[in-house]
Design a binder for this molecule. Sequence first.
Ligand code: ARG
Length: 467
Amino acid sequence: MKMWSPRSGQALDPDFERWQRSFEFDQRLLKHELAASGAHARALKDAAILSSSELVDILQGLEKIGDLAATSAEFLQDSEAEDVHHFVEKQLVALIGDSGYKLHSGRSRNEQIATDLRLYVRAAIDQQRADLAEFAGVLLEKAERAGDAAMPAYTHLQRAEPVLVSHWLLAYVEMFLRDADRLADCRKRVNVCPLGSGAVAGATLSLDRRAMAASLGFDGSTANSIDATSDRDFVLEFVNALSQLALHLSRWAEEMILFSTQEFGFVQLPETYSTGSSAMPQKKNPDLLELTRGKAGRVIGNATALMISVKGLPLAYNKDLQETQEPLFDSAETIIALVPLVTGWMQAMAFDYERMQQAAQSGFMNAWAAATYLVERGVPSRLAHQQVGRVVQKCVEKACEIQDLPLDELRSINPLFDQDLYTSLTLESVLAIHDVPGGTAPARVRQAMAAAKRMIETISEGVNAHP
Ligand code: ARG
């Protein structure tokens, strides 16, 4: 039996009937639907709509549905179920008889879908935060292992200043920890319970909303039934947070691809995550990284599709809202599959520290240090900049680095240059002068690694503390 009867008694056009169903994709909400239905059944019992034995029958029936779904793939092959709500009702009635129909007393699918989606997003957030903590943990481990190794930092993709490899890796740790934090923030607005909101105006029975919310691990109930049944802000927020994460993953992947080219040669691609070419026998291709970069397009596309779907909807529930499900599932599942893979890739890759170190010592990346040398001796920084510019020009003409120029030539540009300049130009000195919180001086980077470690631990502990 359907969950509703047509006013006219006329049957639906069969093509339309099939086309409007959502069970094919909303069946992934089954376990949340069962949990929310259990909470509703208990509230019905407290409101004296269900007897104790009816409640027991319903709860056992719901449990059985969960077991069957977990053990038999065929169980979910239902060509009649309109959506997951209809499926559960049908199966419940098949298991316990007509008292199964009592479960729907005083509730509407509008509040059910809003509740199921919140439970789905909450579980996805907890999973993704745990995954991000793992990924950040591997990036941090690589940073710890990099020791004193240096590399060029780029601006405009031109060599800019040398940095510790660990400092560069920590930049990614920051990005991914921000993503984890954004998800935690989103979770606060996700974790309120719409149950008891009815179709639009509130439940028609006096149901204990607080008890339903608490039993499902929500922090509280939604405040307004019209908003609760039509609000998908939590979906948009979540999918937007995932878009930003996908974007970070894409930037990370792009840089790894670039650094693995023979031209850079900083990164060795792991065999276990790379593919060959069907034509060119020498090839090793960074497919995992390329697909990671590519996935950003679909995740960002989903966020856009969602916003356009809800734009212009009048209050409250409209069937358009069914269209918010697939982009949500696609983004959530894309990220849940992706982050553990990039974690594995990062674990398996290797750096060519020698090449990175060599690159860190050429290309005049100590020019700013030479200018700083003059500034510390009283030269106005604009003039110091100009003078070191002339020094670099000389080097370009002679095809050498600044430290290769003899002192008298340097003195012809500014007599304040002295023998100790050469010490200021070494890689160690150049790194050391960036001695500010957040800078690449080795002691500062060690502090930053300790701070990142604490943040990662806090996330892992927080995720484990959730129900
Ligand atoms: N499958 C529907 C959806 O995802 C459930 C809610 C149906 N509500 C209704 N009034 N037809 O939106």
